[in-house]
Design a protein around this ligand. Sequence first.
Ligand code: OOG
Ligand code: MG
Length: 264
Amino acid sequence: MKKLTSDQITLCAETLHTARKSKTELEPFSKIHGEYSLEDSYQIQKKGIELRLKEGEKIIGYKMGLTSKAKMEQMGLHTPIFGVLTDKMVISDKSTFSLADRIHPKTEPELYFVTNQELSGSLSVDDVPKVCEKIGVALEILDSRYQGFKYFSLPDVIADNASSSHFVLGDAVTTFEGLDWPQLKIELLADETVKETALGSSILGNPLKSLCELVSLLAAEGKTLPKGSIVLAGAATTAIPLSSGQCSEARLENVGKASFKSVE
Ligand code: OOG
Ligand code: MG
C-alpha cells in the first residue's frame, strides 16, 4: 500500500474542496494513486475541513457512516467510518433544499444524538442515554464528489468527508425511559410513500452503539467528543436519490419525524 506525501494529501483535500464548490465529479484518488491507507484518508478529510474552517465554517459534530448492513451493501464497503459536520451543512426541519449546486444528491434516514458532556475513551451502550441531551430523527443528504457516486474504496469515501453534504435534524426526545431503541421502526418516505423501512437494530445491533463507536474512533486519534456535539448515527436503510419537488421524510417510531422538500 502506498503512503501519500504531505503534498499529495494537501492536493487531494484541495481538489475535493474545489470539486464540491464547482459541482465537478472526480476520478477516485485510489484509481490515480493506487490504494492508500485509512490514516492518509483521514488526513485528507482533516485538511478538507481546515479549508472549510478558513472560510468561516464551524465544526458542530460528527457523522458516522456505514454502520448498517444495508448501507455497507449499497456502497460495497464494510467498515464504519466517520466524517465531520459543520454549521453550513444544517438545513432546517420542514424547509427546502436546493439541488442547484449538487452533483448527485441522495437522502437517508438517521438517528442523531446531542451530547451533554465531553466524551473520551470508551463509552458503553448503557451509558449513552446519560450522556445525551437529546436523541432524535434526522435525514442526511449525501453527495459524493466522485464519478457515479459509488465506485470508490474506503479511503476515497473517508477523504471525501464520508460523502457528506447537508442534514436535517427533526423531532427528538429528551427523556429516554421505555424506549427500546433496537426495536423502533425507522422509515424513509418520498412524497408520502414509504420507500425504505428498518429497525433500530439495523444500526450496529443497537443505534446507541454508533455513539460508542465514534467515541472510540476519535479516542484512537487522541481526540475527545466535545459537549454539545451533534452526532449522526449512520443510515438505517439505503439512500434514495433526490429529485426536484420531492418531499423526503424520515420517521422514527415513538420519536417523530424530519422532512424537507427538494427544489431546483
Ligand atoms: C458513505 C457515507 C455513509 C451512512 O450513513 O452510512 C453514510 C456513502 O454512502 O457514500 O453516511
Ligand atoms: Mg449517513
